[in-house]
Design a protein around this ligand. Structure first.
Ligand SMILES: [Zn+2]
Length: 466
């Protein structure tokens, strides 16, 4: 087995070097594919060599940012987090990550500070749990994602339930109390669950109508909300049975939002109250921060360390990340499903009365081929705030139509749909007056292509270097 392991790991490493040398992206998935093909037990064995265990984070939205924040908290606590890269969240991506840490014999070099921190695709969760046997599992949320990719939330929910039932009791579950679908899943766990949530005052001013949950997951009765915070996340109870939001042990209360500068809130850690600042915009980032804080706290990280780590955190790749293009501020805000797009438009609305946007809609496999989800997002709330818009991507015309039906029209002519990304960026920037930012709203593959364009033009570093 050890000869096989060493051969698999070294072949994998070589394939990563080769893809990078050929300029074919970050070489993030191929090494894992090579290694798991040559040696199917490689992930389980290498993960078991992590002395501080593995934390797995999953959910439809916020995985990358939550892992990024959690990595900051763990570093502040003296750990060295070993993270998979954004987008490499299937088991071959995890294998690639582990292999980078191995020596020539195919084992991890000893390191008592190293800790595994893996973001995992919702649909890949059951397989990953079987392989890595995490010490901690954090469940963020369950929204409807691209339809043709995973099917409806009910399918993912039943996959998760089976996986949670198979978890050993010692696995610490950290779960979002505000998401009835997550709570329904978490109740399948035989061991301890640490719930996190937001205070009722954190609710968005604009109600979000793209709710995925209208009935009780236990009995099918009507779910009543005393506070809707974001999508179907909030304070709820079933009108028929005793299913209700569990009281969270870790919570964000008195949330104050300060536009792009982020939010301030009081972090409740089971009785201890720590005032914190998170320099990331939007209510969804308050959720990401609280999820990361709850996970760190469940591992014994102190309130003061969590406070310091949160203050130092920075946006994840494409999540309201700022780049300068020809002296102009350009923000990238990934939106890959209705809930994500709703959060982006809400955040933008709170930032400026005159917004300039470039919306890039792709329908490649990683985005989901079906783009009908754009009709479930309420872009209408930008009414009175949208100054200019340019559309691009493989389905730019669909998005332009969506905005047209939402009532946005430029006097006299249509807003432009530009097929080449280079030209779309140029046209968009030309429409932005001096001193105003441009907000780019891409789907997943559009974001990768857009980042590639920025890198080519010398505005950012390639993503695998970050
Ligand atoms: Zn019920």
């Amino acid at each position: 087995v050890s000869v096989r392991r060493a051969a698999a790991v070294n072949a994998a490493r070589l394939s990563g070097v080769a893809t990078r040398a050929l300029g074919r992206g970050g070489g993030t998935a191929l090494p894992g594919l090579v290694a798991t093909t040559l040696d199917p037990g490689v992930i389980a064995d290498l993960a078991a060599q992590l002395v501080n265990g593995v934390t797995v984070v999953t959910g439809t939205n916020g995985k990358t940012t939550t892992c990024r924040i959690l990595a900051d908290l763990l570093r502040a606590a003296g750990y060295r987090p070993l993270r998979n890269q954004s987008g490499s969240n299937l088991s071959r991506g995890l294998a690639s990550t582990l292999i980078r840490e191995t020596g020539l014999l195919g084992n991890l070099a000893p390191d008592d500070k190293r800790i595994g921190l893996f973001e995992v695709d919702e649909a890949a969760l059951p397989q990953v749990l079987r392989e890595v046997k995490p010490a901690r599992l954090t469940l963020l949320n369950l929204f409807r994602d691209q339809l043709d990719r995973y099917g409806e939330v009910a399918t993912v929910s039943s996959l998760w339930k089976q996986a949670i039932r198979d978890l050993p009791e010692v696995t610490r579950l950290v779960a979002n109390a505000d998401d009835p679908l997550v709570v329904d899943v978490a109740m399948e766990h035989g061991g301890e669950t640490v719930y996190f949530g937001l205070g009722s005052g954190a609710k968005d001013e604009e109600p979000d109508y793209a709710r995925d949950v209208k009935t009780c997951p236990k009995c099918g009765g009507e779910i009543a909300y005393s506070a809707i915070i974001l999508g179907h996340l909030g304070h709820y109870h079933c009108s028929r049975c005793d299913f209700r939001r569990p009281e969270p042990r870790v919570a964000a209360i008195s949330v104050e939002r300060h536009g792009l500068d982020g939010s301030n809130f009081d972090l409740v850690l089971e009785g201890e109250i720590v005032p914190v600042r998170v320099p990331l915009p939007g209510t969804y980032n308050v959720y990401n921060a609280v999820a990361a804080a709850a996970t760190a706290w469940s591992m014994g990280v102190s309130g003061a360390t969590i406070r310091d780590g949160l203050a130092r955190t920075t946006p994840a790749f494409g999540r309201m990340e700022r780049v300068m293009v020809d002296g102009r501020e350009v923000y990238l805000a990934l939106a890959k499903n209705p809930a994500g797009l709703n959060q982006v438009v809400r955040t933008l609305k709170g930032l400026s009365p005159s917004l300039h946007v470039l919306v890039l809609l792709n329908d490649l496999t990683a985005d989901g081929r079906d783009v009908s989800w754009i009709w479930d997002a309420d872009v209408e709330i930008l009414q009175g705030h949208l100054e200019s818009a340019v559309f691009g991507g493989t389905r730019g015309f669909d998005m332009a139509l969506r905005f047209k039906y939402a009532g946005f029209e430029r006097a006299g002519s249509e807003w432009p749909v530009v097929s080449s990304l280079e030209d779309a960026l140029r046209v968009a920037i030309a429409g932005v007056p001096d001193g105003h930012p441009l907000f780019v709203i891409p789907t997943y593959t559009a974001m990768l292509q857009f980042r590639e364009l920025l890198t080519r033009e010398g505005h950012t570093q390639p993503y695998w270097d970050q």
